[in-house]
Design a protein around this ligand. Structure first.
Ligand code: ZN
Ligand code: FE
Length: 256
């Protein structure tokens, strides 16, 4: 077991790409390389040799760097079994409850369909780090493009079951816009109000709001709280089940 060094690289408009280093073996990974160039620059700066690419899903802003990075470093590409045909250059297919050994660090893999058909998340328990792509965001969740609301809710509750101390390394800086929406749902949630103020202060200072803490997400992210009576009441569905409440919150966000 090994604790990873994690480097956050902002790319494009609002993407986050992550470098992982396992000090014990010198394995160097990159999670969801949107583009090769910024990743190569960061690797060069540190004199690191890329050994692995970990992809959460097939979208171009998560796999756009795959082929070029593999050509340059000969690295191993790990991605979702359920969507292997859409992951450029994939070598290793993983899925639900697989354990993937990245150097001496172990990732537990979760299938988290909804945003895409074959979306996965990587949880490094020892490092208290969750790489969840576009499934869970700080104060938000991904749009449901390819799956059903039921699948997305099941995926989010799977991630919600992880320890409060888990850091959520999501793939986009969407937090401020998510906070504005969240405040329209749970108007009486003081933890949310406090956090929204914090997020505004960070963004005003041009600082990052990611990673966030899962314990804080559980208390403030409306998409993780669809089974809270306060959220059901807030969207006018006091007697509905969590899937219907989740669907209503997600649809409101789509139109926000
Ligand atoms: Zn995506
Ligand atoms: Fe994305």
């Amino acid at each position: 077991m090994s604790v990873l060094e994690i480097v956050q690289i902002p790319t494009r408009r609002d993407n986050y790409v992550y470098l992982l280093r396992d000090a014990e073996t010198g394995s160097i990974g990159v999670v969801d390389p949107s583009d090769a160039q910024p990743v190569m620059e960061e690797l060069d700066r540190r004199s690191w040799q890329l050994t692995h690419i970990l992809n959460t899903h097939h979208h171009g802003d998560h796999t756009g760097g795959n082929v070029e990075l593999k050509e340059r470093y000969g690295c191993t590409i790990v991605g979702p079994r359920a969507d292997h045909a859409r992951i450029p250059g994939i070598d290793v297919q993983v899925g639900d409850s697989d354990r993937y050994a990245f150097g001496e660090a172990r990732a537990e893999v979760f299938d988290v369909p909804g945003h895409t058909h074959g979306h996965i998340a990587f949880w490094f328990a020892e490092s208290e780090a969750l790489f969840c792509g576009d499934t869970l965001f700080a104060l938000g969740c991904g749009r449901v493009f390819e799956g059903t609301f039921e699948q997305m809710w099941a995926s989010l509750t799977k991630l919600r079951a992880l320890p409060d101390t888990t850091r959520v390394y999501c793939a986009h800086e969407y937090t401020q816009a998510n906070a504005r929406f969240a405040l329209t749902v749970e108007t009486g949630n003081q933890a949310l109000k406090d956090r929204a103020a914090e997020v505004d202060a960070l963004r005003t200072a041009d600082k990052r709001t990611v990673p966030s803490l899962l314990g804080i997400e559980k208390a403030t992210n409306p998409f993780l709280r669809a089974d809270e009576p306060s959220v059901a009441r807030a969207v006018g569905l006091p007697n509905a089940g969590p899937v219907d409440v989740f669907a209503e919150v997600r649809e409101r966000k789509d139109n926000f």
